[in-house]
Design a protein around this ligand. Structure first.
Ligand code: UD1
Ligand code: UDP
Length: 353
């Protein structure tokens, strides 16, 4: 069986790493890895291929950045070429980026059946580009691998039911277990951080970086937290560009440590040892739970609703710096026991299923 896998953005490298390892061990299975080039900086792409031992992509499309239409269109055209050349039996896509959408569309038009890993997630906010990408990709897919029960229910509500939907757990949990033992011992030392004495933050969503007011509120909140304890923030290039645009970079609290994007192994160490994680990332919200660290999500809604219900995640819409400051401090001080069901995200074997 020949499978074309399309990846392009940071979280997809991490998800594909665990599934790809299984595919390589499966007899009669040949995976053709396609990198769209959506993420291209060394620390947004190459570092993951090296650290996570992902094979070099057979095709690198070099699409790069751009508006949604231009970026997705360039990917679509190039993926179609790859499909015509390789004639695969299946297409494998991950998550909800423009690379996901382009992979799904190109395959569906050429009648190549699509398998979607991380199917069924919904924010119910169509202003998010990711929501459009998910809905379209799910409706074009032949096999939908859902990470949670909530995702299965979302698909049911859209009429996608039966054998094509499988509740398999979350491949990011597989990654957390497999690579969790390969982390670096010196990550905290290098940064002068003490375990459980800092907040880890990540910000990159379009809705938090494109609008000046939101960006100002988010960084106002993080600067205020940094008055009380160190905040460490590996900066997505989109966020660095937005801070520069709004002259906010030089106004950051010195106790708010802005870093370049990190490799996965350093990132996991920072997650494990944080007191609290404040983020707008989908993946980081779950990783906080995998490492049993409370999380504050700086968004209006989340797809990972089960973590909010269990008390591990607190939603704080980033429209007010004071509310962000208060939300993170409440999470820091909240010592109540939170339930942690063992198989919330599967058993660490989602990739095999
Ligand atoms: C994309 C996904 C988002 C995902 C995120 C993971 C879409 C619509 N969004 O958002 O769902 O959560 O990846 O990180 O697909 N840039 C660089 N170097 C890079 C990559 C990006 O400088 O290697 C800068 C460029 O200025 C670019 C901007 O970041 O315009 C945004 O990149 P893009 O891939 O369009 O979206 P992300 O915000 O990364
Ligand atoms: N991540 C990383 N280095 C960083 C920031 C994030 O390795 O500097 C990892 C993080 O641990 C998680 C994934 O990237 O596994 C999440 O990606 P991101 O937040 O970019 O996208 P999202 O999950 O929101 O789509």
């Amino acid at each position: 069986m020949k499978i074309v896998t399309v990846v392009g953005a940071r979280p997809q490298f991490i998800k594909a790493a665990v599934v790809s390892r299984w595919l390589r061990q499966t007899p009669d299975c040949k995976e053709i890895l396609v990198h769209t080039g959506q993420h291209y900086d060394e620390n947004m792409s190459d570092v993951f291929f090296q650290e996570l031992e992902i094979p070099t992509p057979a095709y690198h499309l070099g699409v790069g950045s751009g508006g949604h239409g231009a970026q997705t269109g360039r990917m679509l055209e190039a993926i179609e070429e790859v499909l015509r050349e390789t004639k695969p039996d299946k297409m494998l896509i991950y998550g909800d980026t423009n690379s996901t959408l382009a992979g799904a569309l190109a395959a569906a038009k050429l009648h190549v059946p699509v398998a979607h890993v991380e199917a069924g997630l919904r924010s119910f906010n169509r202003k998010m580009p990711e929501e459009i990408n998910r809905v379209v990709s799910d409706h074009l897919s032949t096999w939908l691998f859902a990470p949670t029960e909530a995702a299965v229910t979302n698909l049911q509500n859209e009429g996608i039911t039966g054998a094509k939907v499988a509740l398999v757990g979350d491949v990011m949990y597989d990654a957390a277990i497999y690579y969790g033992t390969r982390t670096r011992a010196d990550t905290l030392g290098k940064l002068g951080l003490q375990s459980k004495h800092y907040v880890l933050a990540t910000i990159h969503r379009a809705e938090n970086t494109d609008a000046q007011t939101r960006l100002r509120d988010v960084f106002g909140g993080l600067n205020a937290i940094a008055d009380e304890l160190p905040v460490v923030l590996p900066l997505h290039p989109r966020t660095r560009a937005a801070l520069t645009r709004d002259n906010l970079l030089e106004r950051c609290n010195p106790n708010l440590r802005l870093l370049d994007p990190l490799g996965y192994l350093d990132m996991v160490m920072l997650e494990k040892h944080a007191s609290v994680i404040a983020t707008d990332s989908g993946g980081v919200q779950k990783e906080a739970f995998f490492h049993r660290v409370p999380c504050v999500t700086l968004r209006d809604e989340t797809e990972w609703v089960e973590l909010v219900e269990l008390g591990w995640n607190r939603l704080v819409p980033p429209t007010d710096a004071g509310a962000i400051h208060a939300g993170v401090l409440q999470s820091l001080r909240d010592t109540k026991q939170r339930p942690a069901p063992a198989h919330l995200y599967g058993g660490g074997q989602a990739a095999i299923q």
